[in-house]
Design a protein around this ligand. Structure first.
Ligand SMILES: NC(=O)c1ccc[n+]([C@@H]2O[C@H](COP(=O)([O-])OP(=O)(O)OC[C@H]3O[C@@H](n4cnc5c(N)ncnc54)[C@H](OP(=O)(O)O)[C@@H]3O)[C@@H](O)[C@H]2O)c1
Length: 247
């Protein structure tokens, strides 16, 4: 028997990277997965692969649209992976429009998603809510500034949700990775693939499947166990500022 049989899961940010790998991992364990993001072509291609999966177009910044798109689903499990960064300029050289985009996606996007999935879970007395934090939510690094601020906020939202919903039967987990090979850096460097590739030069970052595996561990524990926080580092990364690179 698969461990997530009869569970309905939402994965935001399922069109790429960690979200897509997590959707695959949940589906392999028998969950029916609602794949949510903006790029429908990618979601539909993934939905073809995964039995019972459904693709739903959402922009996590649009609270009303999100609520409409996810109306009528009764989720047992939600993984909030939609997120992004823009640039690594020093804070004093940053662009307010880009700050807004990152704040709206990573903070309001998480809150908007949580507003849709959490109240029914609390009412039902069960559910798993997994946040995609980051080691950038535990420390800052040069040029990380606003992205780090949003991931610190995700960590505070995770802690707040656990405190506010204690005794409800809902479990909360934040999974906080270091360097993972995804489209994240290409988005951050505004499409500059060479700059994105340089991030993991001379070292082996984690694969999105490594993070998905940790998420799967958290949501398959017995009901009385809440895996709260998982920090994952690439073996060559000691902190947000220290990475060993081969010559
Ligand atoms: N990669 C890393 O090194 C790393 C490390 C720590 C934490 N994280 C976190 O992990 C999460 C996933 O990132 P990733 O590495 O998998 O990056 P990715 O490959 O770029 O995937 C990001 C996902 O977020 C979705 N997304 C972005 N903005 C959205 C919006 N407004 N509405 C709906 N979906 C949106 C994207 O889908 P669409 O563009 O199709 O909408 C995509 O599916 C993020 O929260 C990121 O901060 C990543």
């Amino acid at each position: 028997m698969t461990r997530l049989e009869n569970r309905l899961a939402l994965v935001t940010g399922a069109s790429a990277g960690i979200g897509a790998a997590t959707a695959r991992a949940l589906a392999q364990e028998g969950a029916r997965v609602v794949l949510a993001a903006r790029r429908m072509d990618r979601l539909e291609a993934l939905a073809q692969e995964l039995p019972g999966a459904l693709a739903v177009k959402i922009d996590v910044r649009d609270a009303a649209g999100l609520a409409r798109a996810l109306d009528g689903f009764d989720f047992d499990l939600a993984v909030l992976s939609a997120g992004m960064a823009r640039g690594t300029e020093p804070l004093h050289e940053g662009e307010p429009d880009e700050w807004q985009e990152v704040v709206d996606t990573n903070i309001m996007g998480v809150l908007n998603s949580l507003k849709v999935v959490l109240p029914p879970m609390v009412a039902a007395g069960r559910g798993d809510l997994v946040f995609l934090g980051s080691v950038a939510g535990r420390a800052v690094y040069p040029g990380g500034n606003v992205y780090c601020a949003t991931k610190h906020a995700v960590r505070a939202i995770y802690e707040s949700a656990r405190v506010d919903a204690v005794g409800s039967g809902v479990r909360f987990c934040t999974v906080d990775p270091g360097m993972v090979r995804t489209d994240f850096s290409r988005v951050r460097f505004r499409g500059d693939q060479a700059a994105a590739d340089a991030v993991s030069r001379g070292m082996t970052p984690m694969a999105p499947e490594d993070v998905a595996d940790a998420i799967l561990y958290a949501v398959t524990r017995p009901a009385h166990v809440n895996v709260g926080e998982i920090v994952l580092w690439a073996s060559a990364q000691a902190s947000c500022t220290m990475v060993h690179r081969d010559a």
